[in-house]
Design a protein around this ligand. Structure first.
Ligand SMILES: Cc1cc2nc3c(=O)[nH]c(=O)nc-3n(C[C@H](O)[C@H](O)[C@H](O)COP(=O)(O)O)c2cc1C
Length: 322
């Protein structure tokens, strides 16, 4: 089933999110063969690489730091990335370049324009500023998001979407600001690396990087609210889309596309086509012949939309507590 996302016509609303599954040409070809409507390339994390490189440089005994720096900081790395964009663009599906912007510098502008020149159909800005300063207000931090988006949108002619973090105080207001700065769409939401603690060894350990299906529910509510408040903004849902039913729910809430990562980890690339077929079969069963005939049908503006406003358990008691 076709969809329109960021002004691009996609053969399927199922796209592959920025992840290891889009980090090489052969992985991207697997996504395309399995029926992906588009691919979002693995993010370029230039600012992070600079910081990491600077700290590695100070570390004694890190024998391969020199090689590491050469690998990631050199022009060769950028050329490799742009070659991937160009090669991926020939696979037949729109390629969305992804930039992880954190710095206030303008290095991103150069990456954005270079990706456009290399053949990217759109850009996804993956922005997250972890608040560690008690004096930085939410408004200040979000202003920084808006500044990045404004600069990138002014520099490119291809559509730009913003992949947002999950815990914003008012996602609608942030989306409204981004729309005013030129964003064409948002991805709800990114899911980040999270540190966990081993309480026996008193050490840190990485939490499971992959999502659980239940994580979709919060995303559905935000999508339903956002799609109703800002119909001009295209939404793609990321986090918790593990099967066809989850994808249909996201589309009913107003998403134009869904993005997969964990589902591919669990089931392989074939899941892309299986979810696409599920959407088609479900739509046929319900008499919908286009995506626009059911997209957003269960958003916040729908007849029972106030359901999304319920956040407290006022009357509910589990049976064993009665
Ligand atoms: C190993 C791994 C690497 C990822 N790398 C990126 C990345 O480079 N850029 C990005 O925007 N998101 C990245 N993500 C986040 C995914 O694109 C996606 O938003 C997240 O996994 C939630 O979707 P899911 O429930 O389908 O897994 C990564 C996720 C995983 C598990």
């Amino acid at each position: 089933m076709k969809t329109e996302y960021l002004g691009l016509e996609l053969s399927s609303p199922v796209i592959v999110s920025s992840s290891p599954y889009t980090s090489t040409l052969s992985h991207i070809e697997s996504c395309v063969r399995a029926g992906a409507g588009a691919v979002v390339l693995k993010s370029i994390f230039e600012e992070q690489i600079y910081r990491q490189a600077a700290s590695l440089d100070k570390m004694e005994g890190y024998g391969d730091a020199g090689e590491y720096l050469e690998r990631y900081l050199g022009d060769a790395y950028k050329a490799e990335l742009l070659q991937l964009v160009a090669d991926a663009a020939k696979t037949g599906v729109p390629v969305i370049g992804s930039i992880n912007c954190v710095g206030s510098g303008d290095a991103w502008i150069d990456y954005a324009t270079s990706m456009q020149a290399a053949g990217a159909s759109a850009l996804e800005l993956n922005i997250f500023l972890l608040p560690t300063d008690r004096r930085a207000s939410a408004a200040e931090i979000e202003q920084h998001y808006a500044d990045i988006v404004r600069k990138v949108c002014a520099a490119v002619t291809i559509p730009v979407s913003v992949k947002l973090p999950m815990r914003l105080t008012n996602v609608l207001s942030t989306c409204d600001t981004l729309l005013a700065r030129g964003a064409k769409g948002v991805v709800l939401f990114n899911r980040f690396f999270e540190p966990d603690i081993d309480i026996e060894k008193l050490t840190f350990q990485p939490a499971d990087p992959f999502s659980q299906p239940t994580e979709l529910r919060h995303v559905l509510r935000s999508t339903a609210l956002c799609s109703h408040a800002l119909p001009q903004l295209d939404i793609s849902v990321s986090t918790g889309v593990h099967d066809g039913a989850a994808a249909v729910k996201a589309l009913l809430c107003g998403a134009s596309a869904v993005q997969l990562c964990t589902a591919i980890h669990k089931h392989g690339y074939e899941v892309i086509g299986q979810i696409g077929s599920f959407i088609d079969e479900w739509a046929a069963r319900h008499g919908f012949d286009t995506l626009s005939s059911f997209r957003g049908r269960m958003d916040y503006g729908s007849s029972e939309g106030e359901f999304y406003q319920r956040v407290q358990y006022m009357k509910y008691f589990p049976h064993d507590a009665e």
